[in-house]
Design a protein around this ligand. Structure first.
Ligand SMILES: [Zn+2]
Length: 602
């Protein structure tokens, strides 16, 4: 958690350099109108589409879609982390930020500030006081060495009454704020008490790596007390949106190229000891959709490694299904032998063996087929047939024909049957699934067609989102720049059809609540690179500041109309199918839906 640079230092660096001067070190820029243009350093081109806007201090390539501020430029160009990039820009501008990087940042949110103070307090008690000796002995008995204790900021909540309360009151915090942190419980008489006592304390951090809550592990053998207790949900702590170690794992994901999802935070810590820094865990609850989207923004390579016992494997199965539903993930599933959890496994077999297990993660299909095989007695022909049937159905769901072939071959070989016979069944199931999909009644809302303004087709680059939808861009711009527009959209429960736009809206809400002076430029430092392009698009087109509620309504309406148009196209296709099959009922039902939609279109 070292190396956090305070927001005001970052702002100071940003305000003291000119992006044009920094980028000129890498790209030969020419002034054209109010912008500077040059040949893009991120893709090959003959005519310049790389643009730097001096006024806004942004760059944007209209060919490949890359864009951002001065920090993102260096992150892309030099493959730096964010703090490294800030350091580099500071060096360029001859600003010494050494003194700043040591200090913890100031917090605009009082609840975060108190939680941070509490984390420091608990940590100090653990590592440097007599009262903490008991905690330290316990930590050592659990193989938590100094490096781990420091990295995870582990602490100890002492046995004595109300030490934290006294400490924080001594720092002039108000009781009302203290109560809102969830760190204290209130008696009927209104008195406050420390919630955590005689517990090893694990800070839980938000995406920005600030402490928003704690999990406390009981030290005593008193079974009448819960083994683990967590902070209750507060304004800053929502379990369903928190992932243990997420802020740190995000950074590690750049080099490890994946994130590893564990069942509990002790597993994340065990993995960290084994050199795996990209581990995360949900907070004692099962995985939520929000968490899956948090991961999606960082990488699509996810490895799930839950406990090797039956509940663990069941949870793994559930998680894999959830990831599949969201889609676009490249999943790996690790099932450790002998029902071991990662912590136990590392202790028993060592670090290298564990890393091999991660490398040998199964694909979801492999995992499901293995699970399926365990449910049948394959020595019995009747059961074997049932298994083959189920397995073929599973494989039929794969959309990639090469994958289908791969797994059919595998199953055929393992069960000594001919692949041709399996293929016949596969074709049958695929047809059934397609029909089922078409008959699901109301047409599935489809993604809007991407609209591309650029003359040259953008180069495929999965790192950068090249979507540029003028309607959603305009709405997002208003959402960010106008309190009124934001409240209007929220009050109308508006959701952006494109998940990237929706994500940005949610991130902005979160960001603006946590910052004293939220600016678009500092927002860029907070969001994943692949979403920056959308923001830059909104900023670099000269967008009018004025708007009316009516304009917003019209934009929302335009999005709805677009959705209807796509649905109509789909229905027209279905209608042709139905006519070919002379299925009269189907023809009538589809026609009715078409008429309904046309009526809405007006
Ligand atoms: Zn480019």
């Amino acid at each position: 958690m070292a190396g956090l640079i305070p927001e005001e230092t970052i702002a100071k660096v940003r305000n003291n350099v000119n992006i044009v001067n920094v980028i000129s070190q890498y790209v030969s820029l020419e002034k054209k109108g109010k912008d500077y243009v040059g040949l893009c350093p991120f893709h090959q081109e003959k005519t310049p589409s790389f643009t730097v806007n001096e006024g806004k201090q942004f760059f944007k390539c209209f060919g490949c879609g890359k864009g951002g501020n001065v920090f993102s430029f260096l992150m892309y160009k030099e493959n730096l982390t964010f703090p490294e990039s800030v350091q580099k820009v500071a060096d360029f501008a001859h600003i010494d930020i050494g003194e700043y990087t040591q200090k913890r940042p100031r917090f605009s949110n009082i609840l975060i500030k108190i939680n941070e103070e509490a984390a420091d307090f608990y940590h100090r008690v653990l590592v440097s006081t007599n009262a903490g000796k008991r905690g330290l002995e316990y930590a050592q008995s659990r193989d938590l060495n100094n490096e781990i204790i420091n990295h995870f900021r582990i602490g100890y909540a002492p046995k004595q009454d109300n030490l934290l309360l006294t400490y924080l009151r001594g720092h002039n915090y108000q009781d009302e704020d203290l109560l809102n942190t969830g760190l204290f419980v209130q008696s009927q008489a209104g008195e406050l008490f420390d919630r955590f006592r005689d517990r090893l304390m694990f800070p839980l951090c938000n995406e920005g790596d600030y402490v928003v809550g704690f999990s406390g592990r009981r030290l005593s053998t008193d079974k009448t007390e819960a083994k683990y207790i967590n902070s209750p949900e507060t304004k800053i702590f929502t379990k369903s949106k928190t992932l243990f170690h997420f802020a740190e794992a995000k950074k590690a994901a750049r080099s490890e190229k994946h994130l590893i999802l564990y069942e509990g935070y002790m597993d994340v810590i065990a993995a960290y000891k084994a050199g795996i820094k990209s581990g995360i865990a949900s907070m004692g609850t099962s995985l939520t959709d929000q968490q899956i989207y948090m991961l999606r923004r960082i990488t699509n390579n996810i490895i799930i490694n839950y406990d090797g016992d039956d509940p663990g494997i069941h949870a793994e199965e559930r998680a894999a299904k959830m990831f599949n539903q969201v889609g676009g993930f490249n999943l790996g599933i690790v099932v450790l032998p002998e029902k071991l959890d990662p912590d136990e496994y590392v202790k028993k077999y060592g670090i290298e063996k564990y890393q091999d297990e991660i490398k040998g993660a199964l694909t979801p299909t492999d995992f499901f087929l293995k699970r399926l095989a365990q449910k049948y007695n394959l020595a019995n022909d009747r059961e074997k047939l049932a298994y083959l049937d189920e397995a073929t159905k599973e494989i039929a769901q794969l959309s990639n024909p090469v994958e289908q072939d791969l797994y059919l071959n595998k199953v055929a070989k393992e069960q000594s049957v001919s692949i041709d016979s399996l293929k016949v069944n596969l074709t049958k199931y695929r047809r059934q699934q397609n029909t089922a999909k078409r008959h699901q009644g109301n047409p599935v809302p489809l993604e809007p067609e991407p609209i591309n303004d650029y003359p040259d087709a953008p180069i495929e680059d999965e790192q950068t989102s090249t979507i540029n939808d003028p309607v959603q861009t305009r709405l997002l711009y208003l959402f960010i720049h106008s309190d009124h527009a934001r409240e209007y959209l929220l009050a109308h429960q508006f959701l952006f059809p494109d998940p990237n736009y929706q994500k940005l809206a949610e991130l902005w809400l979160n960001f603006s609540e946590n910052q004293e002076n939220p600016t678009v430029n500092s927002f860029l430092d907070f969001i994943p690179n692949e979403l920056q392009g959308i923001i830059i698009n909104a900023e670099m087109t000269d967008m009018p500041q004025d708007f009316s509620d009516r304009e917003i309504d019209e934009q929302i309406n335009a999005l709805n109309m677009r959705k209807i148009k796509v649905q109509l196209q789909q229905l027209m296709g279905d209608l042709q199918d139905a006519k070919r099959k002379a299925d009269n009922d189907e023809i009538i039902s589809i026609t009715r839906k078409i008429l309904q939609l046309k009526r809405i279109q007006g």
